[in-house]
Design a protein around this ligand. Structure first.
Ligand SMILES: CC(C)(COP(=O)(O)OP(=O)(O)OC[C@H]1O[C@@H](n2cnc3c(N)ncnc32)[C@H](O)[C@@H]1OP(=O)(O)O)[C@@H](O)C(=O)NCCC(=O)NCCS
Length: 148
């Protein structure tokens, strides 16, 4: 049984180590996460396995009555394909909606088939491509979901 809860400062080292594993091209530092966690416009959630270990996480920036940005979403390889990212996305989207967000935006590595599949399954539409967004040769696909 997977449980979900809001992230807290004690989770920070896990976020940093999972970022290195899941996002080797753009991991966030402990300092960046510390700043993000302390902002009231950011919301992070985690998925926990039966042993209470973090196996997935997601975060969003929702500054108010405008677009919200998905900051991150990741699930450890052993637990993929079980709907965990879908559940995490629902939690942060509901939070952003409650803040008054009118749409969700994100940038995903253009060759990230799994993530693009996830976002399309949630109704996100492809907008433009940003060249070299994640570094030289690492383009980003920009995607958007209208919230009604
Ligand atoms: C992308 C990621 C978060 C998906 O997590 P997940 O828990 O396996 O996703 P879900 O089980 O909720 O999948 C939901 C839908 O996404 C799509 N999807 C998921 N994995 C996919 C894959 N490998 N290929 C194509 N579509 C995929 C499917 O439509 C799936 O629905 P289905 O199971 O009914 O077919 C996970 O693969 C991951 O952590 N990747 C590394 C980190 C990353 O790239 N994060 C995104 C950064 S923008």
């Amino acid at each position: 049984m997977i449980a979900y809860r809001e992230a807290n400062a004690f989770d920070l080292p896990i976020f940093v180590s999972l970022d290195r594993e899941l996002f080797p091209y753009s991991p966030w530092t402990a300092g960046q996460y510390k700043e993000e966690f302390s902002s009231p416009t950011r919301h992070f959630v985690v998925a926990l396995d039966e042993a209470n270990s973090i196996i997935g996480y997601a975060g969003v920036f929702a500054p108010g009555v405008t677009e919200a940005d998905i900051l991150t979403v990741g699930v450890v390889p052993e637990h993929r394909g079980r709907g965990i990212a879908t559940a995490l996305m629902a939690l942060i989207t509901n939070w952003a909606s409650a803040q008054g967000s009118t749409a969700m935006m994100l940038e995903v590595k253009a060759d990230n088939v799994a993530a693009i599949g996830l976002y399309e399954s949630l109704g996100y539409l492809k907008l433009n491509v940003r060249k070299d967004y994640f570094g030289a040769g690492l383009d980003a696909q920009v995607m958007r979901l209208e919230l009604s």
